[in-house]
Each structure stands twice: as structure tokens, then as C-alpha cells.
Write a protein of this length. Structure first.
Length: 324
């Protein structure tokens, strides 16, 4: 067959241009002689590696796989493979970015950036296509796909107010991260708009987005003179920590304290009681980030676009009406 036909048939991004029967015959012939597409050699010719790096803040967080699935599936359909790197609690984000750049990735998706992060300038100086997912930087220098954090908090607060709650506490996420800072701002604006005084709407900050940090922050809320009748957590892992704190204090959810989470991570409908939470479009967010990155690769000088996805309140059994 003509070399161009063989080339298209063996290219993941161009295989669809060849008739299925022809592509299968070419692949069978390639398999018979042990041929494998050499991506390194192809990269020397095209200037592209076909690889995208994804930095995750914590690969064990149940909320991240749906985001990653959206990223990987969309990129795979366009002929790209993803390299996922878990930064973890002790990893150096900038060092890992440099390692991925050294391996010739065509772009990066970062789920790890803080509001004022040196890695943003580092990526801009490297002139590499980069987008953020579920995070934004304070200056909005990098394209991003994230949920409307303030709107999510408003949904949670308005739901609790409608149930008759007037003493509503908040477990905020880390304030150096956009999700922690913006959800706290959204909470404070929402309780103010509802006419609830600050002394009835206390905030405790969790150092990390973990169940243990949520427990410690909730314990601090529960010993206040005016104990909240409801707690809104900045994410679902923190909300599960609130469950732990309530059990430690001999309190029941939702009988004594109602709880609302954020993200709707997998399996929170299976805890007891099933968690009322704010659902963010995690898979859609990943797909949006992938689209932004591909656009950035195609047009590196384009202005930064910021996609904001609308959240949705998912009502379950962890928040009930308050009797006065």
C-alpha cells in the first residue's frame, strides 16, 4: 500500500481517515513483523511528543478520578496520551513540572496551583501550553476550567436557611487555594445576604482537604458557646470529618447538627446518613480543561479563557429542618 496510507492507519490521530478493513490489514501486517510506532522518532519530525502531563494534588482523593477521566478520554480521542504525576504532600510542584518538560510533553494540566504560585510564572517563562483544572490563579494568567465556588456555597446556605437553620458554621478549605478561599467568600456573602449575624456563622479553617483535618476543624466549631445547628464543609472529605467529630462529641447527624458537603465525590451517597452536597461537574471540568489545552497548543498566543461550570445541590439525608 502507499506509504501515506500506512502512516495514517498506524497513527492514532489519523486512523479514522482509513477504511476499517484496510486499517486492520495494515495493523495485522505491522504486528506480523513486530513493528511499533516510534513516538520519539515521530516527535523529532513533528516537534510533538503526543504526551500531556497532568499534576494531581492527591491521587488518592476520590474526587480527582472523574476529573482525570474527563481529561484523559478527551485527549485520547485526539491522539494524546496522559502522564499523571501525584505531587503529594512533600513533592515539589516546580521540580515535577521541569521533569515533565524535560520529557518533552506538549502541554500540562495542573490541578495543584495555589492562588499565588511561583509555578505559574515558571510555566509562562517556559512558553509551554498550560491550563488549570478545578483551580485558578489569583491574577488569572493561565486558562482554567473550574466550578463556580461562590454559587455552590450559596446553594448550600440557602438550602439550610430554608430548612430553618440560623446558626450555620463553615469548615473552610486551605485559604491559599482558590477553592478554599472562594468557597469561604461565597459562604460569608451568602449568610450575610440571608441576614444571619457573624456570631451565628463561625468559620474554622482546615489545613488540608482531608477527613482528619475536617474532624479537627469541626471539633473547634462544636465547642463554641453558640453551637451551630448546621455545618457547611468546603469539600466532602471535610464533611466526613464533621461526621467523625459529631460522633466523638456524642452528637447525631442530622438530629443534632445538619451537614452539607461540596463536590459530590463518589460514594458519599452510601455513607450514613447519605450526604447532602453540592455537585460539581467533575468529568465535564476535565473535558473542558483538555479542550482548553488543545486550543492552547494550536494557538499558543491566544488570550487566557476561563470556563466556569455551574454547580448543583444534591439533597440527601444529612440536612433536615430545624425545629425552633
Amino acid at each position: 500500500m502507499h506509504p501515506s496510507t500506512v502512516s495514517r492507519a498506524l497513527s492514532p490521530a489519523m486512523k479514522h481517515l482509513v477504511a476499517t478493513e484496510v486499517a486492520d490489514r495494515i495493523q495485522a501486517a505491522a504486528n506480523a513483523i513486530g513493528y511499533r510506532l516510534n513516538m520519539a522518532a515521530k516527535g523529532l519530525r513533528t516537534g510533538r511528543s503526543g504526551l500531556i502531563g497532568v499534576l494531581a494534588p492527591d491521587i488518592a482523593d476520590p474526587g480527582f478520578p472523574p476529573v482525570l477521566s474527563g481529561i484523559a478520554d478527551h485527549l485520547n480521542a485526539e491522539g494524546y496520551a496522559t502522564i499523571v504525576v501525584d505531587v503529594g504532600s512533600k513533592g515539589s510542584e516546580q521540580d515535577l513540572v521541569d521533569r515533565l518538560i524535560a520529557r518533552g510533553v506538549d502541554g500540562l494540566v495542573l490541578a495543584t496551583v495555589s492562588l499565588r504560585d511561583d509555578v505559574v510564572k515558571h510555566c509562562l517563562d517556559a512558553a509551554l501550553p498550560v491550563v488549570l483544572v478545578n483551580r485558578v490563579d489569583a491574577a488569572g494568567q493561565l486558562p482554567s476550567a473550574a466550578s463556580d465556588d461562590a454559587a455552590g456555597m450559596r446553594l448550600a446556605v440557602e438550602h439550610l436557611v430554608a430548612l430553618g437553620h440560623q446558626r450555620i458554621g463553615h469548615i473552610a478549605g486551605p485559604q491559599e487555594i482558590s477553592t478554599g478561599a472562594r468557597r469561604r467568600e461565597g459562604f460569608e456573602a451568602s449568610v450575610k445576604d440571608a441576614g444571619l449575624p457573624a456570631r451565628y456563622t463561625p468559620v474554622e479553617i482546615a489545613e488540608t482537604y482531608t477527613r482528619a483535618a475536617g474532624r479537627e476543624a469541626a471539633l473547634r466549631l462544636l465547642v463554641r458557646r453558640t453551637r451551630p445547628t448546621a455545618i457547611v464543609a468546603a469539600n466532602d472529605l471535610l464533611a466526613l470529618g464533621v461526621y467523625d467529630a459529631l460522633a466523638a462529641r456524642g452528637l447525631a447527624c442530622p438530629g443534632d447538627v445538619s451537614v452539607v458537603g461540596h463536590n459530590d465525590m463518589p460514594f458519599v451517597d452510601m455513607v450514613s446518613p447519605p450526604l447532602t452536597t453540592v455537585r460539581i461537574a467533575q468529568r465535564d471540568m476535565g473535558e473542558a480543561a483538555a479542550r482548553l489545552l488543545l486550543a492552547r497548543i494550536a494557538a499558543p498566543g491566544a488570550s487566557s479563557e476561563h470556563i466556569v461550570l455551574a454547580p448543583e445541590l444534591i439533597i440527601r439525608d444529612s440536612a433536615i429542618a430545624r425545629e425552633h
